[in-house]
Design a protein around this ligand. Structure first.
Ligand SMILES: *Cc1c(COP(=O)(O)O)cnc(C)c1O
Length: 378
C-alpha cells in the first residue's frame, strides 16, 4: 500500500519516535503500580499543555467520546444547555446535549466569522439560566478559532459550566484553561498531538466536578460517566483495562510537543504564511476572521472541482488534503497544518503540488503558491 503524506486536519503524521513507543512491550496496567505512576505523569504533562491545575482524564475513544462523556456526565433531563453555534461542530454539540435530555437553546453566530462576543454578552443579559454551555475552540471544517479567552469568563460570570471542544486546537493554539476559567476542555490524540487516533483527554474543573457528583438523576452509562474516574489514582484502580500502547504513544507525543516549547508560535507563523500565500495568489479563504492556526479552509475557485483537486494532489503528488462535509461539501478544500505537519518544508511541498494541480486545470494564479510561501515565511 502506498502511504500518502497526510496534510489533513487530523489524523496527522506520526513521528517515528511515537510509532516506536507504540511497539514497546506491554505490561499489565491493572496490576503494575509503575503504570499508575506513568499514567499520572502523563496526565500532568497535559496539565502543563493546558495550563491548568484541574484534573486531567484520558479516555479510550475518539475525541467524540470526550464530547459525549462531558454531556452525559453533566446533563440531567430538563437541564437548560446553551449551544454556542458558529459552525458544523458547534451545532452538532447541541445534538449530543439533546440525547441526554438537555433542553438546548442555540446562540447562533455568523458561520464565516469567530463567535461575536458582544452579541453573546447581550444575549446572556436576557437569558442566562443555563447549567452548561457547549462551544468549539476551533471549528475544523471552516478553519475558524473562537475567542474562548473571552467567552469562558463571560459564562463563568453567570455560573454556567463551559464545555469546550478543543480537539483541533490543543497543541496548536494558545490555551490557558485556568486563567480563562474553562471548566471542561477536551482534545483528541490524532490532531495537533500527532499521536495515533483512539484517545481523548479532558480537563475537569472543581465546579464541573461538583455538578457531576451532585446530580439528582444518576448518570446513564458507564464509558461516558466521568465520575468513575474520580479516585483512580488513590484507589489504584482503573475502570477498565487501559490501552497501554496508545498511552505510551500519547506520552511520547505530548513530550515532543512540550519539548518543542514554541509550538504556538510555530503554528501561528506557518498558518499565517499559508493564508497570505493563498490570498496573494488570488484564492479566497472561507472564513473572513478568526483564522485558525491549525487548518486553512479555502473556497474552491471556478474551473476546478474538489474531486479534481483531491485526486490531482493524491495521484500526481501522493499528498492527501481534505474537503469538508455537510453544507461545505464540494465547496472548499482544507489544508491541515497541525502538530508534526506544521513545518515549513511540508507546507512548501504541499503548496507546490497544489500549484501544479491548479496549473494542470488552467486555473490562473497571481504568482506561484510555493514561492509566495517562501517569501511569507521570511
Ligand atoms: C476531529 C474533531 C473532533 C473529533 O472527531 P473524531 O471523529 O473523533 O475524530 C471533534 N471536534 C472537532 C472540532 C474536531 O476537529
Amino acid at each position: 500500500m502506498k502511504i500518502p503524506m497526510i496534510m489533513t486536519p487530523g489524523p496527522t503524521y506520526i513521528h517515528e519516535d511515537v510509532r516506536r513507543a507504540l511497539s514497546k512491550e506491554i505490561i499489565n496496567p491493572d496490576l503494575d503500580l509503575n503504570f499508575y505512576e506513568f499514567y499520572k505523569e502523563t496526565c500532568e504533562r497535559f496539565q502543563q499543555l493546558l495550563n491548568t491545575k484541574n484534573d486531567v482524564l484520558i479516555l479510550s475513544g475518539e475525541g467524540i467520546l470526550g464530547l459525549e462523556a462531558a454531556c452525559a456526565s453533566l446533563i440531567e433531563p430538563g437541564d437548560r444547555v446553551l449551544c454556542i453555534d458558529n459552525g458544523i461542530f458547534g451545532n452538532g454539540f447541541g445534538d449530543f446535549a439533546k440525547m441526554y435530555g438537555g433542553e438546548v437553546v442555540y446562540f447562533k453566530s455568523d458561520y464565516r466569522k469567530a463567535v461575536n462576543v458582544e452579541e453573546l454578552k447581550e444575549f446572556l443579559k436576557n437569558d442566562h439560566n443555563f447549567k452548561l454551555a457547549t462551544l468549539v475552540h476551533c471549528e475544523t471544517p471552516s478553519g475558524i478559532t473562537n475567542p474562548v479567552a473571552e467567552i469562558c469568563p463571560l459564562l463563568k460570570d453567570y455560573e454556567i459550566i463551559s464545555v469546550v471542544d478543543s480537539v483541533s486546537a490543543i497543541g496548536g493554539e494558545e490555551l490557558k484553561t485556568d486563567d480563562w476559567k474553562m471548566d471542561i476542555v477536551l482534545g483528541g490524540s490524532q490532531k495537533c498531538l500527532s499521536a495515533p487516533p483512539g484517545l481523548t483527554f479532558l480537563s475537569v474543573s472543581p465546579d464541573a466536578w461538583s455538578r457531576i457528583l451532585n446530580r439528582k438523576v444518576p448518570i446513564a452509562g458507564f464509558y461516558c460517566n466521568l465520575s468513575i474516574w474520580k479516585t483512580w489514582y488513590q484507589d489504584k484502580w482503573f475502570p477498565y483495562t487501559q490501552p497501554v500502547s496508545d498511552i505510551y504513544a500519547l506520552r511520547e507525543a505530548v513530550d515532543r510537543l512540550l519539548n518543542d516549547g514554541k509550538y504556538v508560535e510555530r503554528h501561528g507563523m506557518v498558518a499565517e504564511a499559508v493564508r497570505k500565500s493563498l490570498v496573494e495568489a488570488g484564492l479566497e479563504l472561507y472564513s473572513v476572521d478568526g483564522f485558525s492556526n491549525t487548518v486553512t479552509t479555502v473556497n474552491i475557485p471556478k474551473g476546478i472541482s474538489f474531486k479534481e483537486i483531491f485526486e490531482g494532489m493524491l495521484e500526481d503528488h501522493n499528498i492527501m488534503i481534505a474537503g469538508a462535509f455537510a453544507f461545505l461539501k464540494d465547496k472548499v478544500f482544507r489544508i491541515g497544518h497541525m502538530g508534526e505537519n506544521c513545518y515549513d518544508e511540508k507546507l512548501y511541498i504541499t503548496l507546490k503540488a497544489l500549484n501544479s494541480v491548479f496549473k494542470k486545470y488552467n486555473i490562473s494564479l497571481k504568482g506561484e503558491l510555493h514561492e509566495l510561501f517562501v517569501k511569507n515565511m521570511k
